[in-house]
Design a protein. Structure first.
Length: 217
């Protein structure tokens, strides 16, 4: 697929063969589950909120590596849900009896099919970077809308917004300060924690900055 086509319809790339390749590169293993559990436990504990979360929505869940980690970190009683635009990934999530999701939403971040304040925590991990800048405000608004209390994002960071090539394609990856993007749009969000995930310590994760924000008022 040429760069121009990807730029015109980046979502189509994730819903098609490009997304299928991503699924195959990111299969869940015992090692990735253990790393995800450690990563998200560290984030939630650093913010002091682990015990306050009973329901979670991952926006852009792929086949559930992060959700498996959260299940391990938060325990079997946690209600986990996934939103994913790729139909094949959604089918796998629905078949996964071990993961036992409360719901699988085949949809995009631009229009989340859930009522306001549906989940204690709504989060992304390496997903906002793939949303075109002109569509990012719409996605952030939906994530904030469906969150009852907490919003978490873990993404590539840049002080200045910049597009980067992704697997030889253009129009698929943008870095910025995503924590500041949330605060610019919703200045009443409270910062509960932020940090950095180092790939040297967690080799199955990228070097990512994370922010955990709380809705107040």
């Amino acid at each position: 697929m040429g760069g121009r086509a990807v730029t015109k319809n980046p979502l189509g790339s994730w819903q098609g063969t490009f997304g299928a390749s991503y699924i195959e590169r990111n299969r869940s293993t015992d090692e990735t589950t253990a790393e995800a559990s450690a990563v998200f436990a560290r984030m939630l504990d650093a913010a002091g909120v682990r015990s306050e979360i009973g329901s979670v929505l991952e926006v852009g869940a792929n086949v559930g590596i992060n959700l498996r980690g959260l299940r391990k970190a938060l325990g079997p009683a946690i209600h986990l849900s996934a939103l994913e635009p790729n139909a094949s990934a959604c089918a796998e999530l629905r078949r996964d009896r071990e993961l036992a999701l409360a719901s699988v939403l085949e949809a995009t971040a631009y229009e989340i099919p859930a009522p306001d304040a549906s989940f204690d925590l709504a989060f992304t991990n390496g997903v906002l970077i793939h949303i075109p800048p002109d569509q990012l405000p719409r996605a952030l608004a939906e994530i904030v809308r469906v969150s009852k209390r907490f919003v978490l994002c873990s993404e590539y960071f840049s002080h200045t917004p910049v597009e980067m090539p992704y697997r030889g394609e253009s129009g698929l990856l943008w870095k910025r300060d995503f924590g500041q993007a949330y605060l610019d749009a919703w200045p009443d969000l409270r910062v509960r924690g932020y940090g950095f995930t180092w790939q040297v310590e967690f080799p199955h994760f990228d070097d990512l900055n994370w922010w955990l924000l709380e809705k107040v008022g």
